[in-house]
Design a protein around this ligand. Structure first.
Ligand SMILES: [Zn+2]
Length: 268
């Protein structure tokens, strides 16, 4: 009975009143939350092994190439991240190939990266210095040593003769500035986790979080950091950085900091 059906619905609606509406909205919300949990996709993390191909990066005292240590460590980080089932991972390179810095950023954005971590190993003029360090983007370098490091890391594109200025995206400066500020806050949060959690695994340089104009950290909308996992200029550390066991240790520190980072922003 068509009419009877309509009447019954009307009566039920009248009886339910506002309490019914509230209960309905609570139930809808609970359902939406359950759905979100069920559909929660793993976070997409972009790992960026520094250098590659014609660009070896820093060269250790015994001849170790930064590009090789960076790639094998990044692969181990990817393995550990995927094992948690919380993440999907994209590597900007999974081979010994040259990829311009701006292309790494473009790749991370195209993949829908939620976090960008560039992995490097440093070489310092003072061979007695050792330890890892973490870098985020800023217009003004935090110190001279970091300015020099950013200049060295940014040289990669010069090696292949690429003009970065041609690749500036055409977007509203104001919106871009807002996005940058938000991303910068998250990047600093990420860097803090990295200093803490990596510091539990391996030695860190003093003032282990610094900032400068690293070209590879310039995605305006992806929280990004660069980690120098150690110093190839230090003989002992160069030896350690090549070892799989040491790379596993470094990787577990990086994975823990990525876990903590996502936990903290989920609560915020
Ligand atoms: Zn490097």
């Amino acid at each position: 009975m068509r009419n009877g059906g309509v009447d019954r619905r009307m009566v039920l609606r009248l009886l339910a009143g506002s309490a019914g509406a509230a209960a309905f909205s609570v139930a809808t919300e609970a359902l939406a939350q359950a759905k979100t949990k069920l559909l929660a996709k793993p976070h997409l993390v972009v790992l960026d092994p520094g250098h590659g191909g014609v660009d070896p990066g820093a060269i250790g005292r015994s001849g170790t190439y930064e590009k090789d240590v960076a790639l094998s460590t990044a692969r181990e980080v990817a393995r550990q991240l995927e094992a948690t089932r919380r993440y999907r991972v994209r590597l900007t390179r999974d081979d010994d190939e040259f990829i311009p810095l701006h292309e790494r950023v473009v790749l991370a954005r195209a993949a829908g990266g939620e976090l960008f971590l560039s992995i490097h190993a440093d070489a310092l003029p003072n061979a007695s210095m050792r330890g890892a360090s973490i870098y985020t983007l800023s217009e003004q370098a935090s110190d001279r040593q970091t300015a020099a490091l950013a200049a060295r890391e940014n040289r990669a594109d010069l090696i292949a003769g690429i003009d970065l200025s041609r690749h500036e995206p055409v977007v509203s400066e104001i919106l871009l500035d807002l996005a940058r500020r938000q991303t910068n806050n998250l990047s600093i949060q990420l860097a803090r986790q990295l200093v803490t959690d990596l510091g539990h695994q391996v030695p860190m340089l003093t003032n282990s979080h610094r900032s400068a104009g690293f070209a590879v950290l310039k995605a305006p909308d992806i929280p990004s950091a660069l980690v120098e996992i150690g110093c190839l200029s230090n003989r002992d550390e160069e030896r350690l950085l090549q070892r799989a066991a040491y790379q596993r240790k470094v990787a577990s520190g990086l994975v823990r900091s990525i876990n903590d980072y996502f936990d903290v922003i989920a609560k915020a």
